[in-house]
Ligand binder design. Structure first.
Ligand SMILES: Cc1cc2nc3c(=O)[nH]c(=O)nc-3n(C[C@H](O)[C@H](O)[C@H](O)COP(=O)(O)OP(=O)(O)OC[C@H]3O[C@@H](n4cnc5c(N)ncnc54)[C@H](O)[C@@H]3O)c2cc1C
Length: 416
């Protein structure tokens, strides 16, 4: 059964109906996870009708929002109040509760993931009651921020914001060896730093962003369409389709793409610069490793692809994120590098991803909850110092496992 409550009261009723039917119920966001994290064979509740900005306060830099507002609705809504999210990931189609629940992140050594911007939340739990989560019970907040949807349904969030700001984003090609050599320097000199590198190539597309209070200088809608839709997405899509049809050409195709990298600068409000258009279909795995291990992780993945001649048409995306204190955060307790690997739709990905997972595990890696991975509760538990604390909160808030699904059975195990 699929329900779309329009208010917290309707949400409470939906949870109670699930309890009466003895069924499990799963909150769903906008369906932008690559795993089966949000799926349910029993009941599913979408919060897309609870999509409002309730209030925003320039003085306290706080905003109260409903869980189903998407990040691309939130950016302009906060901007009307002179506010912004301090950091975002590279798309904005997610609902805010979905991004929070999976520890969705952007890049920048001073910036934590989106869940760390949550000050408080309201959570509808298995008996239909509402639990207020705030800093008065630090353990509860540390569990509820990155919850994988396993504690209850978030019905409201209070977000810590920053004054509206402009971002100057520069893309430029650089030799991969130089980027890896200057790993710490690039991370430290730039507010936001990331890079993309295609397997079989040795050129990185470096992306750095600086925060400024200058007024934005937005591109025209036509220029954005030409650069993002026509050149970037249509060009990449065509290259991927050719690679899928003729895998032996992939190394040459990737080298051609890397040669086409050029310098580009954008200057606009942060919420529109962080987010990109992604219309080429792919699947993805992403791992966090301790930040110092980033270069080694990149070298080993590229070497793996070359050595095993794997047909990979998509780049690695490499970012840095500040540590936070959520029990299940992949960045919990350690500054990290995030290494994302992708495969084009319709191409076999498991061989690549299992091998990458082996590399990441040897580097103490933790998987992104919203992306593909093959881990289970037994081997994830030792990777998270706060694992038992999370499980205790879970047993307290959801003793009957009402909010579990096959995914949580695998990655969290039963409620105990
Ligand atoms: C093209 C693309 C680009 C991406 N880029 C990034 C990126 O830059 N950085 C990054 O970190 N990730 C990125 N992701 C991953 C994505 O941010 C996460 O998977 C995110 O959780 C998806 O949000 P969603 O709204 O689609 O949630 P869903 O996938 O629908 O759900 C995700 C989780 O949130 C839970 N949830 C949803 N609503 C609630 C609620 N109200 N209460 C409690 N739990 C809830 C669900 O139960 C589930 O556990 C990307 C994904 C795609 C497809």
């Amino acid at each position: 059964m699929f329900e779309e409550p329009a208010s917290e009261a309707e949400l409470q009723d939906a949870v109670l109906r699930a309890a009466e039917a003895g069924q499990r119920i799963r909150p769903a966001g906008s369906g932008h996870s690559f795993s089966d994290i949000a799926l349910s064979d029993e009941r599913m509740v979408s919060l897309r009708r609870m999509d409002g900005l309730i209030e925003a306060d320039r003085e306290s830099l706080r905003a109260r929002v409903q869980p189903g507002i998407t990040l691309n609705e939130l950016g302009p809504a906060l901007a009307e109040h002179g506010l912004a999210m301090e950091n975002l990931g590279d798309i904005d189609a997610q609902v805010v509760a979905g991004a929070v629940a999976t520890g969705t992140h952007g890049t920048g050594i001073e910036f934590k993931n989106i869940s760390a911007q949550v000050d408080a939340m309201r959570l509808v739990v298995g008996d239909g009651s509402v639990v207020e989560v705030d800093g008065s019970d630090a353990g509860l907040l540390r569990a509820a921020r990155v919850s994988v949807g396993a504690l209850g349904v978030i019905s409201e969030l209070t977000l810590r914001c920053v004054p509206l700001f402009t971002l100057v984003r520069t893309d430029e090609p650089r030799p991969l060896a130089d980027v890896l050599e200057d790993w710490d320097g690039l991370a430290e000199r730039n507010h936001h730093f990331e890079f993309f590198v295609f397997p079989y190539t040795d050129t990185a597309l470096l992306r750095t962003c600086e925060r400024t209070s200058d007024p934005p200088e937005p591109l025209s809608a036509r220029d954005v369409w030409i650069k993002d839709v026509l050149l970037e997405n249509a060009g990449l899509g065509a290259a991927c389709r050719l690679g899928r049809a003729r895998p032996s050409l992939i190394p040459r195709i990737n080298r051609g793409i890397a040669r086409s990298f050029g310098r580009e600068v954008r200057k606009d409000y942060a919420y529109s610069v962080f987010a990109n258009q992604r219309s080429v279909r792919f699947t993805e795995m992403e791992y966090s490793v301790p930040r110092a291990a980033g270069p080694e992780a990149v070298r080993r993945v590229l070497d793996l692809v070359k050595r095993r001649e794997l047909p990979i048409t998509f780049p690695l995306e490499v970012r840095v994120v500040a540590q936070d204190d959520s029990f299940l955060s992949p960045a919990g307790g350690r500054d990290c590098a995030y290494i994302a690997v992708h495969q084009f739709a319709g191409m076999e990905f498991e061989t690549y991803m299992r091998a990458v997972e082996g590399i990441m595990r040897s580097l103490d890696g933790r998987p992104h909850w919203g992306k593909r991975h093959y881990r289970t509760a037994a081997d994830l538990a030792p990777a998270y110092p706060g694992w038992d604390d999370f499980q205790q909160v879970r047993a307290r808030l959801d003793p009957g496992g009402r909010f579990s699904n096959d995914f949580t059975d695998r990655v969290l195990g039963p409620v105990s």
